[in-house]
Design a protein around this ligand. Structure first.
Ligand SMILES: Nc1ncnc2c1ncn2[C@@H]1O[C@H](COP(=O)(O)OP(=O)(O)O)[C@@H](O)[C@H]1O
Ligand SMILES: [Mg+2]
Length: 247
């Protein structure tokens, strides 16, 4: 039985009259790639926000490796081993790709803007290794804004890996990427995660991506987990097909 990395119990969040989390219980196991699917407004991003300290639930708790992280600050959660990649990559567009990597690595050590402190050779070579791992090493000296969308997504993954996570949470890693590029990006991403022994949870709207890359799928709807299981079990369910996938 794989070890539980993240465990959410009874999470409740309301925004005024909107219930964004209505009793979410979820265990994430070491080594899995768990996909979260569900309609807009179901509470998927809210769950990622709660799991990373960006939002504090009104009820319930989240633990990571057995430690309660419910009331921890995002930077503490990051240091404990949970990283986040965003729907829109959070890059400093006028800095080079390598500078972005060094800034990310420095933030882990409590120097949010002081990448001077960590631009030593060992750090640069580790960041080069991570950029190469996701296939963007050749762009290290280029400004982030010069990269096409797909390459920016890969840099965003490398930035998350620079934080040395055990768990990576991703909000629609393939959004904004042409369908023809999606599998390529996900191939690189899943290979890098396996190589670095990083578990992942990713929100995804493309069911071809879910079917191909997730070991387990959780269906979110109106702040609840409606179903959870293997991609085959979940994607074949007529209710999921009708209400979530829309076919
Ligand atoms: N900061 C916020 N303030 C007010 N309402 C919010 C906030 N964040 C999310 N919501 C609401 O909570 C619900 C769930 O949102 P979200 O988690 O972003 O859904 P999803 O990611 O599944 O599309 C939505 O109705 C959304 O409008
Ligand atoms: Mg969302």
């Amino acid at each position: 039985m794989a070890k539980v990395l993240l465990s959410a119990k009874g999470i409740e969040i309301r925004f005024g009259g909107v219930i964004a989390a209505d009793g979410i219980d979820l265990d994430v196991y070491e080594g899995e790639n768990l996909a979260i699917i569900g309609p807009n407004g179901a509470g998927k991003t809210t769950f990622l926000n709660v799991s990373t300290g960006y939002l504090r639930p009104q009820a319930g708790s989240v633990s990571f490796l057995g430690r309660d992280i419910t009331a921890q600050l995002p930077r503490t959660v990051t240091r404990l081993g949970i990283a986040r990649a965003f729907q829109i990559p959070q890059l400093f567009l006028d800095q080079t790709v390598m500078e972005n990597m060094l800034i990310a690595a420095a933030s882990l050590n409590g120097h949010p803007s002081g990448f001077r402190a960590l631009s030593g050779l060992p750090q640069v070579s580790e960041m080069t290794r991570l950029l190469d791992l996701v296939g963007v090493g050749q762009f290290a000296g280029r400004k982030a804004r010069e990269l096409p969308e797909g390459q920016r997504k890969l840099v965003d993954i490398a930035l998350a890996l620079a934080l040395k996570p055990r768990l990576l949470l991703m909000d629609e890693p393939t959004s904004g990427v042409a369908s023809s590029e999606k599998f390529g990006i996900m191939d690189i991403l899943t290979r890098a995660l396996a190589r670095e022994k990083v578990t992942s949870v990713f929100v995804e709207h493309d069911m071809d991506v879910v079917e191909r890359y997730a070991n387990r799928v959780a269906v979110w709807s109106m702040g609840k987990i409606q179903k959870i299981g293997t991609p085959v079990q979940v994607l074949a369910d007529p209710k999921v097909r009708e209400h979530v996938i829309g076919i």
